[in-house]
Design a protein around this ligand. Structure first.
Ligand code: ADP
Ligand code: ADP
Length: 228
């Protein structure tokens, strides 16, 4: 699903690379945790996969997309195959729960009939049946993150990138959100989750990919958070 071969990424004004000679594969259907201290390159990795940043050298594939060779018109297609969830939810505050999810389909030109079907189905799937007409500010943090997950998966992406999705949530709510991501993964979506949450990583025992200073320092199949 994801393959990087000797990828280096150096920001223009930076002295050292944000990612350094990174070689890494994540298979279709995996759930992988991405860990490492702040500044170790996790967000840069996500931005490379989305072609929001350009790598300096190496090769990157996401599914069938050879990311660093993609031509302009293929970039939106790459991005449509990837769902994204963030620590700060990034909901549209002026839209209802249902409209936040619907909007993700509207902007890629899905017909109204598809949207009418997919939105309630997806809200139910993430545990938000009955909240469709609420406004984001009426929701708890955990509910807001469920909306963000619904928006990210409503188009059935092959890959879901979650950048510290539990960073603003209490431990119990964090576990519920990881349960939702686990369900999405079991449905066939590859999930990569950047996190600092030791408890979640240790309880899930999935792949653990660790970065430090832009380098891959660990890649374990059934990993724990570790001593770092
Ligand atoms: P993480 O997500 O693990 O906190 P980042 O990918 O944000 O790490 O950052 C990796 C390195 O790249 C850090 O040294 C950071 O300062 C640098 N960096 C991130 N974004 C930029 C940018 N837009 N311009 C220059 N340097 C950046
Ligand atoms: P599971 O993989 O959890 O068994 P199913 O694939 O059987 O789930 O689907 C159960 C219901 O959830 C169906 O109505 C299906 O359309 C919906 N569903 C499954 N995956 C998603 C998804 N990624 N986004 C939205 N709805 C989904």
């Amino acid at each position: 699903m994801i393959k990087l071969s000797n990828v280096t990424m150096q920001y223009a004004k930076s002295t050292r690379p944000a990612l350094s000679d990174l070689t890494l594969e994540i298979d279709k259907g995996e759930f992988a945790f991405l860990i490492g201290p702040s500044g170790s390159g996790k967000s840069t990795f996500f931005r490379l996969l989305l072609k929001e940043d350009r790598q300096t050298s190496g090769d990157t594939w996401v599914g069938d997309f050879h990311v660093n060779k993609l031509k302009g018109r293929q970039v939106p297609k790459l991005r449509q195959s990837i769902g994204c969830v963030f620590q700060d939810f990034r909901l549209l505050q002026q839209k209802t729960v249902a409209d936040n999810v619907a909007f993700a389909l509207e902007v890629i030109g899905k017909p109204a009939s598809t949207i009418r079907e997919a939105v309630p189905e997806t809200l139910e799937y993430v545990g938000l049946a009955g909240k469709a007409n609420r406004m984001p500010q009426e929701l708890s943090g955990g509910e807001m993150q469920r909306v963000a997950i619904a928006r990210a998966i409503v188009n059935r992406p092959a890959l879901l990138l979650a950048d510290e999705p539990t960073g603003n949530l209490d431990p119990e709510t964090s576990e519920e959100i990881v349960d939702v991501l686990d369900r999405v993964n079991r449905g066939g979506t590859t999930v990569v989750m950047a996190t600092h949450d030791r408890h979640i990583v240790d309880s899930m025992r999935r792949r653990v990919v660790e970065f430090n200073n832009g380098s891959l320092v660990r890649n374990d199949d059934y990993g724990v958070y570790g001593i770092g």
